[in-house]
Ligand binder design. Structure first.
Ligand code: AMP
Ligand code: MG
Length: 481
C-alpha cells in the first residue's frame, strides 16, 4: 500500500539508540493540511498523502511497508538542569525518505514518555506547521511540516482539546542531547558509532580531515552560528534552547513557546516557563555557545588525543562560534539596512533607537524598504514616539549608505531580499490556533499561504502586516505539551 520509499538507516544502528514502538491508533482521523510542495521535493506522491491509506499512515493507524517506527533516546540540559533520560516521548521516527527523517509527533506513548500522554493538541500542531513552514520560506534552516491531521480523540491539557499529529521532516532528529546521553552513560562505543553516523549523513567533508571529530564539531559550530544569526535577523525567539532541542544538522527544531518579537527589546521573552529570560532574543548566541560547549564535552572521549590537546581543541573550536556568529549577525543586519558592508557603530545606533521607541521590529525594516512607495514614509515615522527622532535616524541612515558607497538600486535590492513583509505574527498564529481548536482550519491555511512568499507584497493581505490591536497582543506563549 505504500508509495513511500522508506530507508531505515537509524533503525540499523544498535539497539541502545532507540526503542521500536508502534503508534497509538487514532479513532477518527481527518486531514488538516498536506504540504504538496514538500511531498514533491521528497519524491512522495502527494495524492497518497491525501488518500485514506495516506491518512491512516499520518494518523498512526497503519504503517506502510518499509516503515520501521521507533522512538529515539536522548538526554539533555533543560534550562541548565540535567535530565539523564529524555527521548521521543510523543514522537516516532518512521524512517527516512530522500535522506530526510519522517517523524510522527503526537502519536502516543513510548518508553520515554515519563508522565506524559504521548499526544499533541491541535494548537501546538498548528503552531509548528505554520511557523516551521514560514521559517523555511524566510530562508532559515528548519525542520518542515509534511502534514497535520486530527486524531478524533481529545487530549486533556488545562481543558479538553482535540488531539492531532504533525508529520515532521528533518535532516535528522539527532541532537546535542543524543551525544550527551551516551557520554553520560560512559558508552564510548555508542558515541563513536553516533559520531560516525552523523559525519556520514551530515558532515561527510569532515571524514577527510586529520581529526574528523574536530572537523565535525567545527561544522556544527559553524551551522549554529549561522542559524542563530538568522533567527535574530527575523526577530525569532526560540524559547526552549535546551540541549535536547539543539539539532546537530543545524536546523531549527521544536516549535514550542517560540514567538516573533514585535516591539524591539533585546531582552524580550515570551515563554511562560522562561521567568529568568534565559532564552531572550539577545541571549540566544550565548545559549547556543553553552549548548555547543556541552557537545564538546560529550565528544571529548572520542576526540582521539590526550586530555590537554582535547581541551585545547574544543576551546579553539568554540572560539570560532563568537567570531562566526558576529560576522553573520553583522552581515545580516547590513543587508537589512541596505548597506554593502557591516557598520557596527550605525547598527548600534539603530538598535538603541529601536529600543528607545519600542519600534516594531518587522515593520521598521519592511517600511524602510518601501520608503518611497505609498504612505510608507509616514508609516515608518509613525513607528517612533516623535517625528524628529525618525528624521534624525533617517539622516544617519542616508549618511551610512553614502559612506558605504552603495548604489541606490543595489541598496534597495539588498533590503527587498532581507526584510520580509509578512512574518508569523504571534496574534495571527494565535487566531489560527483558536479557530483550529474549533475545527475551522481556514485561518491556518490562509496564514500559511501568505507566509509562503514573505518578501512579496500580496493583495488583500494588509492585515497580516499589522501589529496586534491592544487586546490581541500575545504576552506569553506556552509549550502546550
Ligand atoms: P520538548 O519540551 O517538546 O522539547 O519536550 C521535552 C521532552 O518531553 C521530550 O522528551 C518529549 O518527548 C517529552 N514530552 C513532551 N510532551 C510530551 C507528551 N505529551 N507526552 C510524553 N512526552 C512528552
Ligand atoms: Mg524537544
Amino acid at each position: 500500500m505504500t508509495s513511500i520509499p522508506f530507508n531505515n538507516s537509524y533503525a540499523a544502528l544498535p539497539d541502545v539508540f532507540y526503542t521500536k514502538q508502534s503508534p497509538a491508533p487514532s479513532p477518527d482521523p481527518t486531514h488538516i493540511m498536506v504540504n504538496d510542495d514538500l511531498a514533491a521535493e521528497l519524491g512522495i506522491d502527494a495524492a497518497f498523502l491525501h488518500s485514506d491509506t495516506g491518512l491512516a499512515m499520518l494518523a498512526g493507524n497503519a504503517m506502510p511497508k518499509g516503515a520501521d517506527p521507533l522512538a529515539m533516546v536522548y538526554a539533555g540540559h533543560q534550562f541548565g538542569g540535567w535530565s539523564p533520560q529524555l527521548g521521543d516521548g510523543r514522537a516516532l521516527l518512521l524512517g527516512e525518505v530522500s535522506g530526510y527523517d519522517i517523524q510522527l509527533k503526537g502519536s502516543g506513548r513510548t518508553p520515554y514518555s515519563r508522565g506524559g500522554d504521548g499526544k499533541a493538541a491541535v494548537g501546538p500542531v498548528i503552531r509548528e506547521y505554520i511557523v516551521s513552514e514560514a521559517m523555511h520560506a524566510l530562508g532559515v534552516p528548519t525542520t518542515r511540516a509534511l502534514a497535520a491531521v486530527t486524531t478524533g480523540a481529545d487530549v486533556i491539557r488545562e481543558t479538553r482539546l482535540p488531539g492531532a499529529i504533525i508529520t515532521r521532516v528533518a535532516k535528522s532528529h539527532i541532537r546535542v542531547g543524543t551525544f550527551q546521553y551516551f557520554y553520560a552513560n560512559n558508552d564510548k562505543t555508542a558515541l563513536q558509532t553516533l559520531a560516525d553516523y552523523v559525519i556520514d549523513r551530515h558532515y561527510p567533508e569532515a571524514r577527510k580531515a586529520e581529526n574528523p571529530i574536530q572537523a565535525f564539531y567545527a561544522g556544527v559550530i559553524a551551522r549554529q552560528a549561522k542559524l542563530i544569526a538568522l533567527w535574530m535577523k527575523f526577530g525569532f525567539i526560540h524559547g526552549v534552547m535546551n540541549t535536547d532541542n539543539c539539532q546537530v544538522a543545524g536546523e531549527t527544531i521544536d516549535y514550542g513557546p517560540c514567538a516573533f518579537m514585535d516591539a524591539f527589546d533585546p531582552m524580550k521573552v515570551f515563554s511562560s516557563i522562561d521567568g529568568q529570560g534565559r532564552y531572550a532574543w539577545g541571549r540566544q548566541p550565548q545559549m547556543a555557545h553553552w549548548n555547543l560547549t556541552r557537545l564538546g564535552e560529550a565528544l571529548s572521549p572520542i576526540w582521539g588525543s590526550d586530555e590537554d590537546t582535547t581541551v585545547e581543541g574544543i576551546e579553539t573550536s568554540l572560539e570560532n562560534f563568537g567570531v562566526a556568529f558576529t560576522a553573520h549577525f553583522q552581515n545580516e543586519f547590513a543587508l537589512k539596512l541596505g548597506l554593502n558592508a557591516p557598520n557596527a557603530q550605525f547598527q548600534e545606533i539603530t538598535f538603541q533607537t529601536m529600543t528607545a521607541h519600542a519600534v516594531d521590529f518587522t515593520l521598521f525594516f519592511s517600511h524602510l524598504r518601501r520608503l518611497n512607495t505609498d504612505d510608507h514614509r509616514t508609516r515608518f515615522t509613525d513607528l517612533f514616539n516623535d517625528k524628529s527622532a525618525a528624521d534624525t535616524w533617517l539622516a544617519q541612515w542616508h549618511e551610512a549608505k553614502k559612506e558605504s558607497g552603495i548604489a541606490p538600486d543595489d541598496s534597495q535590492a539588498l533590503m527587498d531580499a532581507a526584510n520580509p513583509i509578512y512574518i508569523p505574527r504571534n496574534h495571527r498564529v494565535e487566531a489560527a490556533i483558536q479557530a483550529g481548536t474549533t475545527g475551522d482550519y481556514a485561518p491556518m491555511r490562509r496564514l500559511n499561504r501568505i507566509l509562503q512568499n514573505p518578501y512579496e507584497q500580496q493583495k488583500d493581505a494588509d492585515k497580516y502586516e499589522e501589529v496586534p490591536k491592544p487586546e490581541e497582543v500575545v504576552q506569553q506563549t506556552f509549550c502546550g505539551t
